[in-house]
Ligand binder design. Sequence first.
Ligand SMILES: Cc1cc2nc3c(=O)[nH]c(=O)nc-3n(C[C@H](O)[C@H](O)[C@H](O)COP(=O)(O)OP(=O)(O)OC[C@H]3O[C@@H](n4cnc5c(N)ncnc54)[C@H](O)[C@@H]3O)c2cc1C
Length: 303
Amino acid sequence: MLSNLSYWEKQHFFNADVIIIGSGIVGLNASITIKQQAPNLNVIVLERGFLPSGASTKNAGFACFGSVSELIEQEESCGTDGLHNLISKRWTGLLKLRKLLGDKAIGFECNGGFELFKPLEQKLAEQCVSKMSHFNELIADIVVQKNVFTVANTTIKSFGFTDVNVLLKNKLEAQLNTGLMMRALITKATSLGVHIYNRCQVNAILPENGGVSILTNEGNFSCKKVLVSTNAFVNELLPEMNVVPGRGQVVVTSPIKNLKVKGTFHYDKGFYYFRNIDNRILLGGGRNLDFKAEETTAFGETD
Ligand SMILES: Cc1cc2nc3c(=O)[nH]c(=O)nc-3n(C[C@H](O)[C@H](O)[C@H](O)COP(=O)(O)OP(=O)(O)OC[C@H]3O[C@@H](n4cnc5c(N)ncnc54)[C@H](O)[C@@H]3O)c2cc1C
């Protein structure tokens, strides 16, 4: 606690030019970018978990920019220009991450992404097939490739699927190893001189003499600028943001002999997804089964 801290500790561990709250992918990338652009700035990241304890270490590791059915829905809500802009940001973000850390360090593999349709979803499948050339044209200048989305029905059997009659492929969709990526980000940030303090829960952010005071369970920090990157936990610090969380859940199977599934797979407009990882399947989604119950920041799995 603050009262037990030495003069040196207070002077050199509790003051920074920039304090970033949350060491997820956003907080770590922000810290890296700041240090790359202004190496002399003192940057501290405060993380309440022993590890980064949000979505960044618990996600599915899809390096994706949207399945066809998701893109149809997103175009309806943000328009064609808005969708182009969104895909451009997703694609550029992935390229930046790969350039920053290297494909090997993040376990990046481009095995393709697939969207599955069962016979009962024939209508949606037809709608998606009819929109494919539109999306291929829309993204051509972003990814600098043609015919990214194709019909891949001839490969259905090779994956061992039985009740699937339409399969669409995105040849640029990839997967990465979330654990490796986060370790690589931490290593990169630390190598640039970012100080990451774990088990340091921020309880309040207050203005202080032209700067900011950050109140934590380990004492009060001071900084010139603060960046809050706590994702859906943001309401705890900035209730006026009124962010509605949308929890996701993933499970990983035991090892499966002769696993045929390879790549990233989307089903039911992206509400279900699965991929191979090592010789297992990671399966996630189902938030649509109970949207209200999943508007939570609580950790855990439902039955
Ligand atoms: C189950 C699931 C699967 C997903 N799958 C994918 C996928 O396949 N592909 C994809 O691109 N995206 C996926 N996502 C989304 C992606 O993981 C998130 O968008 C991303 O990780 C958000 O990063 P972040 O840094 O904003 O937040 P987070 O990773 O949630 O980080 C926030 C950090 O803030 C810390 N924190 C919170 N409050 C405080 C406080 N008061 N004091 C100190 N620290 C605090 C938390 O401990 C946490 O470490 C998935 C998400 C989930 C939940």
